[in-house]
Design a protein around this ligand. Sequence first.
Ligand code: PRT
Ligand code: ZN
Length: 283
Amino acid sequence: MIRIAIQSKGRLNEESLALLQSIGIEVDTPKRKLLSKSLTFPIEALYLRDDDIPQVVAGGTATLGIVGLNEVEERGADVDVVCRLGFGACRLSLAVPKGEAYDGPSWFNGRRIATSYPEILGKYLKKNNIDAKVEVITGSVEIAPAVGIADAIFDIVSSGSTLIANGLKEVETVFESEAVLIANKDRGAEEQAVIDDLLFRIESETVSRGKKYLLMNLPKSSLDEAIKILPAMRSPTVMPLANEDWCSLHSVIDAADLWTKVRQLKAIGAEGILVMDVDKIIL
Ligand code: PRT
Ligand code: ZN
């Protein structure tokens, strides 16, 4: 049985549990327990604040953890980042009041920057030879310039709407983050075997995310063109039909390309196009 630390509430909680559920691992939700064993996989979930997850994994209280890469970097935790998980995407950026004539990173010399991420910011300032004062605050960083605590902020940005709502503009992106699976460095062979199984399942889940399965009838004369439109994993599957001039074509594509590809396929004679969700892809 290995232990995985998961955010107890907050932005990563739901998607962490949804990921586990999608790969066949059911655990009780944190509202009920701090520690919860899965009945379907040799794992137990430990629910914590995200700030504590990197250290808990580094120290071995949990073998695994799901947390933002920004927290791992900020805490300087000595853990292995096993894989990126494709959710919780955000960036750590510098932002200044929108009326400022910003002319590059040297603008920050002699200014005060409010942040909850002093380590990542400190490294950036050092690397760029900027002499700024870092004001550490733990919440509502975006209001710091308006209330006079700081001249600028360094904070998490996702859509950018919080910055706009507070009269700020993003001027430098310093760190790109997303949720990651982290592991204790001293794990044994037995723990590694469980992690390998988990990784195999996660990969099939992340590969299938945002994919659509397409199935259509196509004149055989258009097959070469269709294959150019649909690269698929190796190549599209082609099946014969009772009418020898036609075939059935199956392929997996990125959902983002769906409407462009469908129009191109229609233009070369495809008919009866079925579009289906993809549950898992095992490569
Ligand atoms: O209680 P606990 O300590 O566990 O949670 P928390 O309040 O410290 O963290 P939480 O739940 O807010 O975020 C957890 C993780 O989600 C972060 O460490 C990031 O890795 C990731 N993440 C992804 C985000 C965002 N997107 C995000 N948009 N974390 C915070 N935000 C906040 C940001 O601080 C800012 O206030 O959302 C605002 C900006 O969002 P936009 O969309 O307006 O730009
Ligand atoms: Zn936190």
